[in-house]
Design a protein around this ligand. Structure first.
Ligand SMILES: *[C@@H]1O[C@H](CO)[C@@H](O)[C@H](O)[C@H]1NC(C)=O
Ligand SMILES: *[C@@H]1O[C@H](CO)[C@@H](O)[C@H](O)[C@H]1NC(C)=O
Ligand SMILES: *[C@@H]1O[C@H](CO)[C@@H](O)[C@H](O)[C@H]1NC(C)=O
Ligand SMILES: *[C@@H]1O[C@H](CO)[C@@H](O)[C@H](O)[C@H]1NC(C)=O
Ligand SMILES: *[C@@H]1O[C@H](CO)[C@@H](O)[C@H](O)[C@H]1NC(C)=O
Ligand SMILES: *[C@@H]1O[C@H](CO)[C@@H](O)[C@H](O)[C@H]1NC(C)=O
Length: 750
């Protein structure tokens, strides 16, 4: 079971309710502790076999025998980069990194995992303009828990043979019915080879997460999709004609290992995918020792776009993951649909809770009891408030509706397991993220909770009933409280997340191999279900990227990202106090992203320049660029704040006493009408002065480039953590907007 740590102190674990695979490594106990390490080598890989032999050779320097060397080598990466994964002691790893020809060694870590309506909500209706011929040539790759091949979302009606560029495979696997013209690739990586009793060595999805993300990205049209009648509508992906390739790298017991993710990158690059979607947690450390950052860099060089989830560690500041400049980092927003349940109290009063409760209520009242009063004994009252299983007296719970405070997820399962009827859960967190319940349940805020407690106290025989959830329309978009926030812990020069996309209660395909909640005693199964998390937001943006690609196949990953960022629908800092740190440029808007007017393009050298700017040098970023030696001091100093041609700007204040100035140099390429004049329009809050030179950009042909410079001068702003400004290039019919974030690290409580 995946456990996700969240920051709210008393909430320790929750049962996989927010979706971003986040897994921790199992302890490995041996006489000498051994871990998996990944080593990057100097020489370019030549022949696959030869390279593999060289890897073994290299290991024999560390090992007692040839056999030891052979056994410790678990994988040779020979396609995009020359590297291997091996099982080593810390000592051996140190020795390995000092060997001639070894560039960089890092320890393998285990990452955690992090609808119908959502596409209409962000403005990609079924009737949207499509480039079907090119769309069916797009291959999207998902690194996830696998897929459910028999799901209706992956039927291939109307599709031709896979595009000729496809070099991947889909062989026969255990309990896996195989591929078709929609699902064209399926494979798995489990290099640690440890048995997993809860999973199957096959691309089959026993979890549901991979099935869900794949169908959100590129699922076919499925009419009348719903969860027990809720959210009924036609389910579809962003690009229903695109092809899907699945790389299973996340396993039920162990999570998603760096070495498996790296192997998947190598395979996907070789196979010919166009867009990679990764709803897996990243590490916020350096960009050269994390498989998602390293692998996606290699993908970017080959023109492949990688989209990743920002993480579910919000609302803490500085919690954003997968924040490398070559990734598109996605936050989760809510759409305008919520699910509410009416709670009728014995007094006749009605209150409302949130959550997906699919159970029809019988029109009668049940006895209502507070968790405190259902304690086994007086010592267990402290935990029975939260309806912890061990603390409750089953005799008292039987036949009743319980009122509990949110401790860990699954109180509904506990109460049902003890013979209870239902559960009213009180919480001040996660009310914006309705959960699915396996028994009649709903979640109320503390104001409502107090009213319920008050009622319980005021009568001798309290009673209540929880009704089936109804869809209600709410104000949207807003950013999910769980969605990870900036500022970017990897660099103060780059705004992350980049963009927000729907990630709350998204309806998409699911696996028949798991109950809806995955909790003990849950007997509810469905081919479609709701999931929430930045994991669900990520495939929305990967889908938007594939959609843009289907109109502009020649655009670089940076160009596609720029189009997505500068056309986003701005969100309001009035309603979201973390502003851009929560939503980046705003809500993704796929139909606008296909005609952005101008793009901020970049090649891979720009990223190297950025890394040099950040203090990396050729020996530290060798896992990214390999042996090509780059002398950072020879790369022209850019005199720019960030050294990147990024479509957003971020300035970190240096002092609470002196003003801070920043210079951003940018270059835009005309991809709109050939003859066109764009004028700059600036918004700046009080205390911030922004000037643009020149104020007007004149183009006479397509692909023409123009440079400009932005000067930002910010007064000290003690106590103010973040201010939002923007620069927008406007021409008739085109709006190219870039947020400029000014933040004060001294005022952030990280
Ligand atoms: C395949 O599925 C069957 C029945 O669903 C199950 O009994 C069997 O263990 C599965 N095989 C594997 C290799 O998972
Ligand atoms: C608590 O929930 C009720 C009912 O949904 C709502 O009217 C009220 O505004 C909420 N209170 C707070 C403080 O959010
Ligand atoms: C209800 O009664 C309990 C004690 O039985 C008390 O601790 C609590 O404050 C009361 N709550 C309300 C809202 O009256
Ligand atoms: C590169 O950086 C590392 C760590 O900052 C440092 O130890 C090393 O000496 C540097 N190498 C060069 C060639 O500057
Ligand atoms: C990098 O370039 C600088 C300036 O041109 C030079 O002084 C230095 O020796 C070079 N370093 C390496 C490792 O080549
Ligand atoms: C841009 O600015 C120029 C000069 O200020 C003005 O003449 C022109 O109408 C503006 N164009 C647009 C599209 O606003």
């Amino acid at each position: 079971m995946w456990m996700i740590n969240i920051c709210a102190c008393f909430l320790t674990t929750w049962h996989f309710q927010l979706f971003l695979l986040t897994l921790s490594p199992k302890d490995v106990n041996g006489e000498t502790h051994k871990d998996f390490y990944i080593a990057f080598l100097r020489d370019h890989p030549v022949d696959e076999k030869l390279t593999h032999l060289k890897h073994r050779d290299m290991l024999s320097n560390l090992k007692a025998s040839e056999l030891d060397a052979k056994e410790s080598l678990v994988y040779s990466y020979t396609k995009s980069f020359n590297a291997f994964a091996a099982k080593l002691s810390a000592d051996e790893a140190r020795k390995l990194s000092s060997l001639d020809g070894v560039l960089h060694v890092f320890r393998n870590q285990y990452h955690k995992l992090h609808t119908t309506r959502s596409w209409d909500f962000i403005g990609l209706p079924t009737t949207a303009k499509r480039n079907l011929k090119l769309e069916s040539n797009i291959i999207v790759g998902l690194f996830d828990t696998g897929i459910t091949p028999q799901s209706e979302s992956f039927e291939d009606h109307g599709l031709d043979q896979p595009p000729a560029k496809w070099k991947g495979t889909c062989v026969h696997f255990a309990n896996f019915s195989g591929c078709n013209k929609k699902l064209i690739g399926a494979t798995y990586f489990k290099l640690d080879r440890s048995p997993d009793p809860y999973d199957t060595l096959s691309p089959i999805d026993v979890d549901g997460h991979g099935t869900h993300t794949s169908s959100t990205l590129a699922g076919s049209f499925v009419p009348d999709a719903n969860l027990f009648g809720l959210a009924r509508g036609t389910a579809r992906g962003a690009v229903p004609s695109a092809r899907i390739a699945v790389y299973k790298v996340c396993w039920a017991s162990s999570g998603c290992a760096d070495m498996d993710i790296l192997a998947a990158f190598e395979a996907a690059i070789h196979d010919g995918v166009d867009v990679i979607s990764i709803s897996i947690g990243g590490f916020s450390g350096d960009y050269t020792s994390d498989a998602i950052a390293v692998g996606s860099f290699h993908a970017t060089i080959k023109g492949i776009i990688t989209v990743a989830s920002a993480g579910n560690d919000g609302p803490s500041l500085g919690s954003v993951a997968n924040h490398a400049p070559w990734l598109i980092t996605v936050a989760a927003s809510g759409i305008d649909r919520d699910f509410r349940s009416k709670i009728v109290l014995g007094s006749g009063q009605s209150v409302y809770g949130v959550g997906v409760n699919t159970f029809e209520s019988k029109a009668q009242l049940y006895p209502l009891l507070s968790g405190i009063d259902a304690a086994k004994n007086s010592e267990s009252k402290d935990s029975s408030r939260f309806c912890d299983e061990e603390s409750l007296d089953p005799e008292k719970v039987k036949g009743k509706i319980l009122f509990c405070e949110l401790g860990s997820w699954g109180a509904d399962s506990v109460v049902k397991g003890l013979g209870g009827i239902g559960t009213i859960i009180q919480s001040d967190f996660y009310l914006d993220t309705p959960q699915i319940y396996m028994a009649p349940s709903t979640m109320v805020n503390s104001t409502t909770g107090e009213a319920v407690t008050h009622y319980i106290n005021s009568t001798r025989l309290p009673s209540a009933n929880i009704h089936r959830s109804e869809e209600v329309k709410i104000r949207a978009p807003f950013v999910g409280s769980f969605s990870s926030r900036g500022p970017n812990p990897g660099t103060k020069h780059l705004l992350k997340p980049d963009i927000a996309a729907p990630g709350i209660d998204i309806l998409a395909s699911y696996t028949p191999l798991k109950s809806l909640t995955g909790l003990e005693g849950d007997t509810l199964f469905s081919m479609f279900t709701f999931m929430s998390g930045t994991s669900m937001a990520c495939p929305h943006v990967a889908g938007a990227a594939a959609y843009v690609r289907s109109f502009h196949p020649e655009w670089s990953p940076a160009a596609v990202r720029s189009a997505i960022i500068t056309t986003a629908t701005p969100m309001s800092c009035m309603e979201e106090k973390h502003a851009e740190f929560a939503y980046g440029a705003g809500q993704v808007n796929p139909t606008r992203a296909i005609s952005p007017g101008l793009i901020y393009d970049m090649d891979s050298l720009s990223y190297i320049q950025f890394l040099c700017n950040e203090g990396y040098n050729s020996s530290t970023f060798s896992s990214l660029i390999g042996p090509d030696s780059i002398n950072c001091s020879k790369l022209l100093p850019t005199q720019s704040q960030d050294g990147l041609n990024y479509p957003t700007m971020q300035l970190s204040l240096k002092s609470d006493k002196e003003p801070t100035t920043g210079i951003f140099r940018r270059r835009v390429t005309n991809v709109g009408p050939p003859k066109c004049t764009y004028n700059a329009s600036i918004t700046a809050p009080k205390g911030v002065q922004i000037r643009v030179k020149p104020m007007s950009l004149c183009f006479s042909h397509v692909s023409q480039r123009r440079r400009f410079k932005i000067l930002v001068k910010a007064k000290p702003m003690p106590g103010t953590p973040i201010l939002s400004a923007s620069i927008t290039w406007k021409a008739p019919g085109r709006v190219v907007r870039s947020p400029i974030v000014i933040y004060n690290p001294m005022a952030l409580s990280l």
